[in-house]
Every structure is written in structure tokens, then in C-alpha cells.
Design a binder for this molecule. Sequence first.
Ligand code: PXL
Length: 277
Amino acid sequence: MTIQDISCVGQCSLTVALPILSAMGIETAVLPSAVLSTHTGGFTGYTFRDLTEDLPAIKEHWKKQGIRFGAVYTGYVGSAKQLQYILDIYNETTTPDAKLIVDPVMGDHGKLYAGFDLDFVEKMKAFCAKADVILPNITECSFMLGEEYHTTGHTMEYVEHVISGLRKIGAKNIVMTGVEMIEGEQGVAVYNADTDKITIISRPRIPGTYHSTGDIFSSTFSGAYFLGKSLEESAQIAVDFTVASIKTTEGDKEHWYGVRFEKALPDLIKMIQQVPE
Ligand code: PXL
């Protein structure tokens, strides 16, 4: 089950997660955290309907129906109060082995998204401590650690420092996105709590900024991990599909609000069918 907003227009959150998870062959239930006419990253005057108070009744109905989920993946959450409701849903409607995968969606490029504040950051930190895997970008890591944001030049020392800070908050497995360790490359750092090892997965950087690629990454990661791939394999598939999605929109100035990931879905289906070496 995935919990995030429906941005009616804008190719992010649920309108990205659902097609990706479906293409991976995973039956996915959705819980919309809010409904917006568009996403908040560049559109103005959007509508925002918070669904926080719908969550308890939805949970009660699911419980009455005996519904059980095999995993929960959370993205953009509409209010701090929702985090407790989501934990209740996770605790009361999942199978005993169900993983909680949290993308602590709060900001990018050194700034919080519209509508988020430092109080939300504190609550998100506590929520991340309950997760099996967290998928923060560098901006979200900086806010959670209360530190300055560094765009590029991420040394291994910096990555280790951030991971150690996030572990102190209580995070278990960590996939940090937007890591730029090698000039001209971008990727992710995967911290595996079982092996206590960090793996860097990096690809040549595509110039420009592309909205919602974090949601594409996290949805793909969650799908691959749910299918039983390792943390590292899941991150690699997610990086490769994110790159393939960006390539469909590279240089397309008119399509500024998202990427045409739909065109790359056939690649994703091939990627998850490949047997690891
Ligand atoms: O892509 C993250 C995201 C999700 N949902 C909404 C957003 C954003 C980023 O701007 O505005 C509503």
C-alpha cells in the first residue's frame, strides 16, 4: 500500500507510484494523503484538500474487512498529524513481515517545499526511526540533521557523516539520493544496516533539473525491494530507471513539470526480469 498525495496534474506522487508499481507486477492499494490540482513545484494557485481526518475511518473499514498489506511505502504526507495515523495503519493493517519504506518528502535544492516547516521535519525524523528503509535526498538529510546543505562535492567522509547522523536519529537502512561524489556524476549512497556497509551507485549526470525524479526513484526502489531484491540491487534498478525516465524528457523545455517516465516503462519491465549476475 502506498500513501502519498494525488496531484491531479504534474506527474508526481501517486500518479507516478501507481503506474510504476503496476508495471512491476505488484498489486498496489493507495491511500491519498491529500488531493491537489497540481503539484507545488512551479505551478501557482493550486488547490489543496487535506485528507488527514479521513485516514482513521479508512483504517477502521480495512480492519473490518480483514485487509492486510504486505508492505507500506510512504511519500508526500499532507500534515504532521498524518504521520501518527500512518503508523497506526501500519501497525494495525499489515502482515507481520511487512516492511515500512519511507521517502521523507519535504524539500529539494536546499529548500523545504511549500507548506512544510521545521516542526514537520522533527515529526518526520521520529517517523523515519520506525522505518525499515528511508529514502531521503540531500536536502531532506540536511534538514533532518539541522545542517547546511551542500549541492556537490560530497566526499565519502560527508556521506559517512550524514549516514551516522541519520542512524543516531534511529534510521535503519538508508538510501541517500542526489549524491555527487565524482565530478559529472550523480547517484545514491546505500547504507545496509545488516552488513554495516555503504555502497555508492553513480551514473553520468544529465544536465538540468527534472521534477519528481525522487518519486520515480522511490517508487521503483520500493517495488524492487518488495519483489525480494537486495537494497543495493533495488537502488541500482531505481537509479537506472530514473535515468531512463529523465532521458525521455532531456532538453524538452515545454515539459518542465515532470518527466515522461511512461515512455521508459518497457525498460523497467525488462530490468526487473533480469537475473542478477
Ligand atoms: O515530488 C514530490 C512532491 C509530491 N507531492 C507534491 C509536491 C511535490 C514536490 O513539489 O508538490 C504535492
